[in-house]
Design a protein around this ligand. Structure first.
Ligand SMILES: Nc1nc2c(ncn2[C@@H]2O[C@H](COP(=O)(O)OP(=O)(O)OP(=O)(O)O)[C@@H](O)[C@H]2O)c(=O)[nH]1
Ligand SMILES: [Zn+2]
Length: 454
């Protein structure tokens, strides 16, 4: 145990580039002669009115931090803390050496692990070995925070005792928030014991998908599959107006065989991805060819979320009256037909007929988007088929294209993306790209808006 009157002194300042960006790294001596480290981003000692910085006081854990152990959640918490701080652009991790094994040391912790292998919980194992349940001393950490100009902090921790102890040492804990780290099957007993016997909070991580559906970015950095959702769909959130397209085609560029058979070009993960895109948009656009060939419902079924309004581009009004979009009422349908198209007067209540001028190639994409905007539909997914997606692409009105390629060669059939193109590759459409592996398929996301800007 350390004496709280001992000061940890700053001895060295350098930098540490990390996966989460570059941090200033400060080295401190400590009461036990062990060095501590502070990783700092931004100006912690900003003006009085400013929000106090996010701070993680992290207890050394060789097994979790360095070896990737799943017995505890230390490594993931450290990573999540750096990510959270990088996201705000301001904050610090104080990495406290000498805290190994809640202050009992590495070998004692391993002995405690051995007792836990035999059935004791993490608290009783310490007690059995003659140690307190928690032997950590936070005096050095408090000294370091004062030295950093951060006597007031927003603490990243699930441990109310850590917060109390720092407060006793003069650090003002303005708020305390748990880090979003998932429970693992291997550490569930450990986490449950911490919650039941050591008063740690149960993390109620925000439901990232609900947040995205509501048009919000989650307040804290999620982990695991939630992080994937945020990474993949975050760019679509918080945009009042956005036009995207998606298409699934064989690796040789066809969306269906010669007969029009398009059943299952891509797999279930791509279908889920498509339903997520639908759920995030106000309207989904398809051409009449797709309605005739596939009779899609265009609703959201694979994930939670509301179905978008369905917009059918049908210059001659040839959509079958019994097609799902015209008959099923599962979502509103805008039936966009040419000025002289022959459509019945008695359409079902969920269908609105809109007439607009059509050229030889059908409706102009800009005009379609304008009509949708007039109906309050500003977030639009163009879903098929190949000709419609290609025409929107060629018109330069798409912000993003999600093109999924499935490992299948059709040889000949209904083409996917096709447009006039250029004679030389230098004129080809290039855009910043990301790739998502969706089961056997690969989805390539092209940021067309970024390509237009550059
Ligand atoms: N003695 C002992 N120490 C452990 C055990 N598992 C993890 N530790 C140590 O516990 C420390 C981390 O403490 P935790 O209780 O997991 O978390 P915390 O720091 O109190 O709380 P958070 O701020 O929410 O992370 C690290 O130093 C680990 O080495 C264990 O089973 N026995
Ligand atoms: Zn640990």
């Amino acid at each position: 145990m350390t004496d709280t009157s001992v000061n940890a002194r700053r001895l060295v300042t350098t930098t540490l580039p990390t996966e989460h960006g570059a941090f200033q790294m400060l080295g401190y001596d400590g009461a036990d002669g062990l060095g501590h480290v502070a990783l700092v981003m931004g100006d912690l000692a900003a003006g009085m009115d400013d929000l106090p910085p996010l701070v993680r006081v992290h207890s050394e854990c060789l097994t979790g931090d360095a070896l990737g152990s799943r017995r505890c959640d230390c490594g993931e918490q450290l990573d999540a803390a750096l990510a959270e701080i990088a996201r705000e652009g301001r904050g610090a991790v104080v990495y406290v050496r000498g805290h190994e094994g809640r202050g009992i040391g590495l070998l004692a912790k391993l002995n405690a692990y051995a007792l836990q292998d035999a059935g004791l919980d993490t608290v009783d194992a310490n007690l059995e070995l003659g140690y307190p349940a928690d032997a950590r001393d936070y005096a050095d950490a408090a000294d370091i925070l004062r030295d950093l100009g951060a006597p007031r902090v927003r603490l990243l921790s699930s441990n109310p005792d850590k917060s109390r102890r720092l407060a006793e040492l003069g650090i003002e804990i303005v708020s305390r928030q748990p880090l979003p780290v998932p429970d693992r099957p291997e550490n569930l007993t450990y986490l449950t014991t911490k919650r039941e016997r050591m008063g740690h909070d149960t993390l109620s991580s925000p439901d990232v998908w609900s947040e995205l559906l509501a048009g919000r970015m989650p307040p804290t950095a999620p982990a695991g599959s939630d992080a994937v959702l945020l990474d993949r769909y975050g760019p679509l959130v918080d945009r009042e107006e956005v036009a995207i397209a998606q298409l699934a085609q064989s690796i040789d560029g066809f969306i269906a065989a010669r007969s029009g058979d398009a059943e299952f070009v891509s797999g279930t993960e791509d279908r889920t991805h498509l339903h997520r895109l639908r759920a995030l948009m106000d309207a989904v656009v398809v051409g009449v060819g797709t309605v005739v060939a596939d009779d899609p419902r265009l609703t959201v079924r694979a994930v939670p979320g509301d179905s978008p309004t369905r917009a059918v581009l049908d210059p001659t009004g040839r959509s079958p009256r019994r097609s799902a979009v015209l008959a099923d009422g599962a979502a509103p349908t805008l039936w966009l037909v040419g000025e002289r198209a022959d459509v019945p007067d008695d359409v079902p209540a969920h269908v609105t007929v809109l007439r607009l001028p059509a050229g030889e190639d059908g409706f102009a994409p800009q005009q379609v988007l304008e009509v949708l905007r007039q109906h309050g539909l500003r977030r639009v997914l163009v879903e098929g088929g190949g000709r419609i997606v290609s025409s929107f692409l060629e018109a330069g009105v798409l912000d993003r294209l999600y093109l999924t390629t499935a490992p299948l060669l059709i040889g000949d059939g209904v083409p996917g993306i096709r447009f006039a193109g250029t004679d030389r590759l230098s004129g080809a459409l290039r855009a910043p790209a990301r790739r998502f592996v969706l089961g056997e398929d690969v989805c390539t996301e092209l940021d067309l808006a970024a390509a237009r800007q550059s």
